[in-house]
Design a protein around this ligand. Sequence first.
Ligand SMILES: *Cc1c(COP(=O)(O)O)cnc(C)c1O
Length: 455
Amino acid sequence: MNEIPYKTYLNENEIPTAWFNIRSAMVNKPAPLLNPGTHQPMKAEELAPVFCEELIAQELDNDTEYFPIPDEVLNFYRMYRPSPLVRAYFLEKALGTPAHIYYKFEGNNTSGSHKLNSAIAQAYYAKKQGLKGVTTETGAGQWGTALSMACSYFGLDCKVYMVKVSYEQKPFRREVMRTYGADVTPSPSMSTNVGRKILEEFPGTTGSLGCAISEAVEVAVGTPGYRYVLGSVLNQVLLHQSVIGLETEAALNKIGVKPDIIIGCAGGGSNLGGLIAPFMRDKIKGKLDTRIIAVEPMSCPSFTRGVYAYDFCDTGMVCPLAKMYTLGSSFIPAPNHAGGLRYHGMSSTLSQLYADGYMEAVSVPQTEVFKAAELFARVEGTLPAPESSHAIKVAIDEALKCKETGEAKNIVFGLTGTGYFDLVAYQKYHDGLMDDYCPTDEDLAVSLAKLPKID
Ligand SMILES: *Cc1c(COP(=O)(O)O)cnc(C)c1O
């Protein structure tokens, strides 16, 4: 028997009963969302046509430490939570590292990722407000899948705008969403003003998250009884995802382990923001000196090559402005980038923490991500999502550094989901058709030149 179990589960009654708001612990709060017309901070009433009321309150609250998880949401969590914290004994052995590697696995639900943690909360608040339905965008499809499940649970209508390249490459994702009753449209589409405009300007575009967001917002605002919901980036989403970090903290306490390094992939920042929430609080208070590393794709490097500035959250420029590390809202990653994490910006909470030096960030090429994914699948028995595999890649790199120094560091990473719907990407990798596209400085300068001027 190993001293530390392969899986550390909490009991059902140890699922957190409140979400933790990391902003409450921050010295420098994230910059407020701005009205795109007046450049003044958005007030709750200005956000009300777009978002659900209680979610707006959560979005704007930088001070409340804990938000109780409503019973209906907690009961739903009980179907698939707590998620296991796994000691990666077999990966350690394969690497020959003295490091102790742990991962928090969020792929144990039908949607296959952590996104369900926020989807069920957002659907709950929409239902509570008496809405008829919600609209959203989805990139790789995990968010759309999670939201479809959540909406069918609460009897809400769900309209999903799916980035065209994913719609075409991941037909099975689409079918899961339709199984749960969602209406799925490839984006850009001809069904919205913004979609038509984008198609006119960029015929043949494979779409982007920023563009799908604009379409979903347009439909939400223009359809009575509908609001728009978003699966990442926003403060409220990081809040809901704190359930990951709180469970991780409780499990590590159970086995008496202090993390030296915490690693997470970063698309819009929700899983990472959730995973690190309680650890970041202790780090800010000087009680913990854990290194926290965000991992992003080399082809969409918001933290590592973006600028910290106010930008549009969407291509159509209909959303509020957010201050974040951004590549510019017109940035569209190369279509041969298969590894997810394609959003041009980053959570404003994580952006502020990164600007203040509480976190590190690295970008990695996609063939190395898939190489790490394959090793992980072979030794740990779980087929990881390409997004999650960014974190695996850097966890492996850090474990190999420990092999050189002989240090038995505790490395914790977020394994955000499974890769069963990403087999076209795996196929590309196996067939040698995947390349490591990296935007040039000139490419980035084009979209960065279009940042809004805020004084
Ligand atoms: C959406 C997604 C991500 C990235 O989103 P974040 O908001 O940055 O967490 C990572 N992994 C999986 C499996 C996803 O579905």
